[in-house]
Design a binder for this molecule. Structure first.
Ligand SMILES: [Zn+2]
Ligand SMILES: [Zn+2]
Length: 374
């Protein structure tokens, strides 16, 4: 028997629906294949739908609306709103309110999906609870957008149509409506759900912390494949206003590539990006903090102390020179930048970057050595 307390605190219909979705996939799809076989259209509907809904969440709900990492033409806001609605993760307003609170109150009691309350809570448990984390005042900037106003009015109609009725209709075109519904509806929605939920659970659980140490958010290239590039979560929490999550060109981040590509046609614009200087500074600071913590555990740390001090001083010196260079360049930008000034800036920036990277590599080798001795 379900206790009265459980009914009072938990959203029973939500638990029922979120448990039923994967169950239908696990039981329904093998049974359907056993009795009716498999046709190529079904995995195709599933993959296309999975990509569109995933990008709707990553590019739309997350990077465009929640963090405003870039701006987009209204028509593209509408497209992302429709794709995001296919993910069945509530309205943009509700999603963004929870997400902004997550960043603002990370790892505290106010964080709606805090990993400190356990893996299950961060993954899906928080949705099962009746707690309402929505705060109207942290999303008031979004309310005037036409796409959002429309979604607020017709969310369920749009979401149910795109998630279940549309794949059923597509299935009807090749005489397998149930096949279309199972692959393009139930399986697609379930995988998009858990892909996003992994960002709140596994991305705060597995991986490295290269840009910020006092956080549970972690970077994992592996998780990026299941989350449309959102696996670089330590970087994201440090530079949440950056339109990229995986900053290296080879980091799997389809959202980043599409946003950049569309900016060539002005469909997206005003892309925000952390400067190379701030990224490297964050990396150097984090590495130093890691060494400082390890030094307390190593009783013959003094052997390394002078070497580390010298390398750190070299990093700080070059970082300061780089910062001054950036400030000067910004001043020039206000007046006029000649080719000579630009070239001079680029050459000096390259030099400082090279020196810092060299010192960072040396520091990293030392930190590995120290770690192996603890
Ligand atoms: Zn997070
Ligand atoms: Zn975020």
């Amino acid at each position: 028997m379900i206790s009265k307390n459980f009914i009072k605190n938990y959203n029973i219909p939500m638990i029922f629906v979120l448990s039923l979705l994967p169950l239908i996939c696990i039981i329904g799809i093998p049974l359907y294949i056993y009795y009716n076989g498999l046709v190529w259209q079904e995995p195709v509907i599933f993959i296309i739908g999975w990509f569109l809904a995933g990008l709707g969440i990553t590019m739309g709900y997350h990077r465009l609306f929640a963090h405003k990492t870039f701006k987009a033409k209204p028509v593209f806001e509408w497209i992302l709103m429709l794709f995001g609605s296919m993910a069945l993760q509530n309205t943009i307003i509700k999603w963004c309110s929870d997400h902004r609170t997550h960043h603002q109150s990370l790892d505290t009691n106010k964080d709606p999906y805090s990993i400190k309350k356990g893996f299950f809570h961060a993954h899906i448990g928080w949705i099962f609870k009746k707690e309402n984390n929505y705060k109207a005042n942290n999303v008031s900037d979004l309310e005037k957008k036409s796409a959002i106003k429309f979604q607020n009015k017709y969310y369920w109609q749009v979401a149910i149509f795109l998630s279940f009725i549309l794949p059923l209709l597509i299935g009807l075109l090749y005489n397998r409506p149930i096949g279309g519904l199972l692959w393009g509806g139930f399986l697609r929605v379930t995988l998009v759900h858990h892909g996003t939920f992994f960002i709140n659970s596994l991305c705060h659980f597995l991986g490295k912390k290269d840009y910020e140490l006092n956080t549970t958010a972690k970077d994992s290239w592996f998780m990026a494949f299941f989350t449309f590039g959102e696996g670089y979560h330590n970087y994201h929490h440090k530079f949440q206003w950056d339109y990229r999550n995986g900053i290296k060109w080879y980091n799997y981040d389809p959202g980043k590539w599409i946003i950049k590509f569309l900016s060539l046609f002005n469909i997206t614009h005003s892309l925000k990006k952390a400067s190379n200087y701030s990224i490297i500074k964050a990396k150097a600071d984090t590495l130093n903090m890691k060494i400082e913590i390890m030094s307390k555990e190593l009783y013959f740390y003094h052997i390394y102390e002078n070497k580390i001090k010298l390398i750190t001083e070299n990093i700080t010196k070059n970082l300061n020179s780089w910062k001054n260079l950036e400030l000067k360049y910004k001043l020039f930008k206000k007046i006029e930048i000649t080719k000579r000034i630009k070239k001079n800036y680029q050459q000096k920036e390259k030099l400082y970057k090279f020196e810092i990277q060299k010192s960072l590599s040396a520091l990293m080798v030392l930190s590995v050595n120290i770690k192996s001795l603890i």
